[in-house]
Write a protein that binds this ligand. Structure first.
Ligand code: EPU
Length: 359
């Protein structure tokens, strides 16, 4: 690739771009430079451009898990690589590769329509395929780590293309190596999933089993429809009310602390915790952040134009015109009161950019 001349801005890179339609919170933040990378070539040019200009880089997927706390002083690249293909099919197992810019829900629908089963429980999750392994998206009893075979990435430093196996991705609850050790160092180009020709319906999540209790022999299509119905009833549509899904992770606490809390809060629910290898933890349990936030009295409360969603208090919403600082202030107040009441520190699930927001 020919070197970029200093001062030259490639035509597909725009200057001073409002990102409000590129993040599902609908926050008004501007990018000094913005581009949608529709090909590997455009991605490489964008990376070279930020290197020549010595600017910071922010890679966005669907913008559905970020809180843009300030204008971005560098280059924002939204991944827009498209394509879905079946790489192999053997003994009822399929390897299906999807490019990072594909819409997650569109991909789930495509698989269901073509009889590639396994992703149904993850229907209607906003965002892109490329973002799915980064935070190990999960819902209704399934996490994406259960289905990922490998992830193709571009090394930001060397420009080399590499393949990471599922084990190398170090998946954990809403976590992976891409949020840790390799943060900012790799860009996801595509993800290969191991799916099945034979339906394997997973009804381990009680709300889902309940929704399908009247259906005899539920099929993947029934699971897909039920998950869509549950999500639509509980979670606000970002196109209507800006939000980024769960704002906090469900905290994992020591079993001893949980038992102590039960003495005061007899109704506090708990869920089992599985470690990276999928082993059940005997020392820890997960407790629902939504329950803690509701008990702390935050349901429906607001700070300026930022509010706690009435139907699911784990979701913070933009009532229209909220600033990132209002969302940050609301989140911090919630964190402080949950810590005061339960001695539990809530950890944001949404990525704050920059990581340490300015007050
Ligand atoms: N709860 C309350 N009050 C409420 C709502 C919920 O106390 O108003 C308690 C109840 O005990 C309920 C429990 O919270 O049983 C769990 O609620 P829910 O089934 O809605 O799930 P969640 O734990 O709040 C997690 C994920 C969601 C995912 C759902 C379904 C995280 C951070 N969130 O939410 O993921 O869709 O389970 O599997 O793990 C996301 O990551 O953005 C997301 C939406």
């Amino acid at each position: 690739m020919a070197g970029l001349v200093a001062g030259f801005v490639p035509a597909f890179i725009q200057e001073n771009v409002d990102l409000s339609s590129r993040n599902t919170f609908g926050i008004h933040a501007r990018a000094r430079y913005f581009c949608a990378a529709r090909s590997l070539q455009e991605l490489r040019v964008a990376l070279q451009f930020r290197r020549v200009r010595q600017l910071p880089l922010l890679v966005l997927g669907g913008g559905s898990n970020v809180l843009l706390c300030a204008d971005y002083p560098g280059v924002v690249v939204q991944m827009a690589l498209l394509g879905i293909e079946v790489l192999a099919e053997r003994d009822g197992e399929l390897l299906v590769r999807a490019a990072s810019g594909e819409s997650w829900h569109g991909f789930v629908q495509h698989c269901l329509q073509n009889g590639y089963f396994g992703l149904e429980n993850l229907a209607l999750i906003p965002g892109s395929v490329g973002a799915a392994p980064i935070q190990n998206i999960g819902a209704y009893g399934v996490e994406v780590r259960d289905l990922v075979s490998e992830v193709t990435v571009l090394d930001v430093g060397s420009g080399e293309i590499e393949t990471l196996t599922a084990a190398q991705c170090e998946f954990d609850y809403r976590d992976s190596v891409f949020k840790g050790r390799l943060r900012g160092r790799k860009i996801v180009l595509d993800v290969t999933f191991r799916l099945h020709r034979q339906p394997r319906v997973n009804l381990s999540y009680s709300a889902l089993a309940q929704a399908l209790s009247e259906v005899t022999d539920p099929q993947p299509g029934d699971v897909f429809a039920a998950v869509c119905a549950i999500r639509s009833s509980k979670l606000p549509d970002p196109a209507v009310l800006g939000n980024a899904g769960s704002f906090f992770k469900n905290p994992v606490i020591a079993k001893a602390s949980y038992e102590k809390l039960l003495q005061t809060y007899a109704g506090l629910p708990s869920y089992p915790v599985h470690d990276r290898a999928g082993q059940l933890s005997t020392a820890t349990v997960k407790v629902p952040a939504a329950w803690l936030i509701e008990q702390a009295g935050w349901k429906g409360k607001s700070c300026g134009r930022a509010a706690v969603y009435q139907q699911q208090p784990l979701v913070l919403v933009n009532l229209g015109g909220a600033t990132a600082l209002e969302l940050v202030a609301l989140a911090r107040q919630i964190m402080a009161s949950v810590e005061r009441l339960f001695d539990i520190r809530l950890e944001p699930e949404v990525q704050w950019i920059p990581t340490e927001p300015l007050d």
